[in-house]
Design a binder for this molecule. Structure first.
Ligand code: UD1
Length: 353
């Protein structure tokens, strides 16, 4: 069986590697990088570090408006798929690369498989929500990481759903010990485990709105501990444009985007994390780090219900309060499977074929 897997943005490299490893043991996999993320620190370093081969193709699409970016991916992927003629196309998550892969697959004979299906924030203003809803509705095989994800799909009348557990949990199980052994990131920045807050901010809804970005920078600045912020290129650009860069540099510890193992080490060692990322909320849960989410809603509602995640939006006072509150760690339910999601996904693809 021939499988084309499509990735393009940082979180997809992490999600794809456990699945890729499993698929390659059994079938022919062609890994395609759309080029959505292209910088050394946002892309190359992941392939060097993760247990995943370099992509067979790089479509070199790069950054642009959503229309230009997604359109260029569809054109180039369409040509590639016509040439490779895969039996199955696998897409991951909710980025523009996911949507492009889905649109191409939906118009071919190939089976379309969506890893991380069924998530909903119910906020259609997020480009990611549009991407995931559209992708789910044209997929043949849908791999839901959680019970809630599977339920969302059932409610929308979608068939072909498998509840597999979360591939990011598979990835963390591989990475945690390795990161503790190999990463020197804490030492490089003079950080001690348990004594700093880790922060990440890159979501368009936060970075492109000057009021929200300012409230976040100010809220983080009021944390009682040092706040370490690995800065996404989009965020740095906006901090500059809105005249917030100096404040951020004075109040926070700005560091370059981290590799996967360095990020896992930073998150594992953090007293807590403040983030607007989807994946980081779960990774924090896996690593027993309490999470403060800089959004009004989340796709990972279970982490909030379990008491490990607090939604604070872009509210300066709420952010500061959440970062100062004493930490109570409630018991941790098993929400994301047992770390064998990739095996289940490969099995389901095989039985479908
Ligand atoms: C994308 C995904 C988001 C995911 C995130 C992970 C969409 C709609 N969004 O957002 O769901 O959580 O990736 O990081 O697909 N840039 C660089 N170098 C790079 C990549 C980007 O400098 O390697 C800069 C460019 O200035 C670009 C901006 O970042 O304009 C945004 O990049 P883009 O890929 O469009 O979206 P992300 O914000 O990264």
């Amino acid at each position: 069986m021939k499988i084309v897997s499509v990735v393009g943005a940082r979180p997809q490299f992490v999600k794809a590697f456990p699945v890729s490893r499993e698929l390659r043991g059994r079938h022919e996999e062609v890994l395609v990088h759309t080029g959505q993320h292209y910088s050394e620190g946002m892309s190359d370093v992941f392939f060097a570090e993760l247990d995943i081969p370099a992509p067979e193709y790089d479509l070199g699409v790069g950054s642009d408006t959503h229309g230009q970016q997604t359109g260029a991916m569809i054109v180039r992927l369409g040509e590639l798929v016509a040439e490779e003629r895969p039996d199955v196309i696998v897409v991951y998550g909710d980025t523009n690369s996911t949507l492009a892969g889905a649109m191409v697959a939906a118009k071919t004979e190939a089976t379309l498989a969506h890893v991380e299906a069924g998530l909903r924030s119910f906020n259609r203003e997020m480009p990611e929500e549009v991407n995931r809803v559209l992708t789910d509705h044209v997929s043949d095989l849908l791999f839901a990481p959680t019970e809630r994800g599977a339920r969302n799909l059932g409610r929308e009348g979608i068939a072909g759903v498998h509840r597999t557990g979360d591939v990011m949990y598979d990835a963390i199980r591989w990475a945690r010990e390795r990161a503790a052994d190999r990463s020197t990131i804490l030492h490089e920045h003079g950080l001690n485990s348990g004594e700093y807050v880790l922060a990440t901010v890159h979501r368009a809804g936060n970075t492109d709105d000057p009021d929200r970005l300012e409230a976040i920078v100010r809220g983080l600045s009021e944390a009682p501990r040092e706040v370490v912020l690995p800065v996404h290129p989009r965020t740095l650009e906006r901090l500059d444009a809105f005249g917030l860069r100096t404040t951020a540099e004075e109040q926070l510890t700005l560091v370059p985007p981290a590799s996967y193992l360095d990020f896992v080490r930073l998150l594992d060692g953090a007293e807590r994390v403040a983030t607007d990322s989807g994946g980081v909320q779960k990774e924090a849960f896996f690593l027993d780090t309490p999470c403060v989410t800089l959004r009004e809603e989340t796709e990972w509602v279970e982490t909030v219900e379990a008491g490990w995640n607090t939604l604070v939006g872009a509210d300066r006072a709420a952010i500061a309060r959440a970062l100062s509150r004493p930490i109570e760690l409630p018991p941790k339910p098993e929400l994301y499977g047992d770390g064998d999601a990739a095996v289940r996904i490969a099995d389901a693809i095989e039985s479908h074929a």
